[in-house]
Design a protein around this ligand. Sequence first.
Ligand code: NAD
Length: 245
Amino acid sequence: MLKNKVAIITGGTRGIGLETVRVFKENNAEVILFGSKEESVLKAVEELKKEGHNVKGYYPNLNNYEEIEKIIKEIVEEYGHIDILINNAGISANKKIEETSSEDFANIMNINVNAIFNMTKAVVPYMKENKGGVILNTSSMVSIYGQPSGVGYPTSKFAVNGITKSLSRELAPFNIRVNAVAPGVTKTDMIANLPEEQIAPLIKSIPLGRIGEPRDIANAFLFLSSDMATYITGNILSVDGAARS
Ligand code: NAD
């Protein structure tokens, strides 16, 4: 489904991002993964190599626009074009507001929102030159109703929806589609530290009766990136077993 497409996936070293790298490789895309540290990028690239997938990895500071711009230029020089950008890197929060510092709040906005702005700004000129492209952001089910703690996280995901909807309108005349996928509770490191007594009722509240697998989300990215979705833009696609609360 993605033959001859070049895709960049941030947060590609584990969880949803790593599974998306796999699914994209299985569908014949060229994939470049971004991670936060050299060590985790090397580990992911090595793991993928053992599975038969060759990918390149980078670990820029996603809050440093100049650094990103330089790497994007390098990627275009090597691959010729960038067709798909998946802005997936993210961190969560669960502290109550009294225990949340303004640094904590700024940090989550920096990674979950400002990084999307930087990556997208750096890639858009090349997509315009190429007369099209796909930008997908990872939102969350909490972007609909919020959550009862860790206010920075839902705030950031509401902003992700805002970037998605606004840029879909700004970039549509250039044949650049912008959508988001809003996962529900998905089996990754992000929820690995939640205690069993928190997980069990969560699963019980999901109408489909199970937690999401990273592949459930990766498949949504695949569909939205593919030519099967050429008339879809400005959407926030819930992939959450109907657990929208
Ligand atoms: P994860 O913790 O397994 O992976 C997070 C990824 O983000 C990692 O690859 C990590 O390298 C990258 N990352 C984190 N901080 C970074 C930084 N400072 N700079 C660069 N990269 C950084 O979690 P995941 O569940 O795979 O999360 C992926 C996305 O899915 C996130 O945006 C998250 O908010 C969203 N999401 C997850 C769930 C869930 O239940 N797991 C639900 C809804 C949305």
